[in-house]
Design a protein around this ligand. Structure first.
Ligand code: CTP
Ligand code: MG
Ligand code: K
Length: 182
């Protein structure tokens, strides 16, 4: 049991800098669309839901959270009796920017498959940012990523992330900050 708590706490802590960017982008959204309104094959390349401001603020929020977690990893870890990971700058950037890029990539795929802005794409919506975050973290901080995301932690992330994502988006919808509950 103690092993399971340690596993889940370590896995979710390591992913926190990738969880926050999308939510920060929702709050910061607005302004110029990344695709500048351009279309491809008669459909928007990305759509108005992917903005420069949302992407920049989301990335900065994720990196800032990683540095804040670094500052409290020792005391929090000691309090709950768990060894919590810390984030080197490139790992923080990889997780935060990667989460945003994964979400942007998903919008690109949604537009290509004829889904309008805001349409849901079950599966992709819940995991796009996880894949983006892990791939960019692996590219920018390979040794850290391989050591931090063990297969056990990866399994926890893949199961827990869709649940957390659905829950936070339903809450964001209910309190009126998000247009759709996904
Ligand atoms: N947002 C943003 N920039 C991003 C990601 C999100 O500005 N890179 C903001 C937008 O205001 C967006 C909101 O966060 O409408 C919700 O994000 P998301 O659900 O990812 O976008 P959707 O509007 O649903 O568009 P899409 O169908 O392309 O996912
Ligand atoms: Mg959406
Ligand atoms: K999305």
């Amino acid at each position: 049991m103690a092993g399971l708590v340690e596993l889940v706490a370590g896995a979710l802590w390591a992913m926190l800098p990738a969880y926050v960017p999308n939510n920060a982008a929702v709050l910061a959204g607005g302004g110029a669309a990344i695709d500048g309104g351009r279309t491809w094959g008669g459909r928007r390349v990305l759509g108005d839901g992917k903005t420069w401001r949302g992407t920049a603020v989301g990335t900065l929020a994720g990196v800032a959270l990683a540095f804040a977690l670094n500052a409290v990893a020792d005391p929090v870890g000691a309090a709950v009796g768990v060894d919590l990971p810390t984030f080197p700058p490139l790992a923080a950037l990889g997780l935060a920017l990667g989460a945003m890029l994964g979400d942007i990539g998903a919008s690109f795929l949604k537009r290509r498959s004829g889904r309008e802005r805001g349409a849901s794409f079950p599966g992709l919506d819940q995991l796009d940012f996880v894949v983006g975050a892990l791939v960019l973290a692996l590219a920018l901080a390979p040794a850290w990523t391989l050591a931090t995301f063990t297969l056990e932690r990866l399994a926890v992330v893949l199961v827990a992330t869709p649940l957390l994502h659905v829950a936070t988006n339903v809450i964001a919808y209910l309190i009126g900050v998000k247009n759709e509950p996904w």
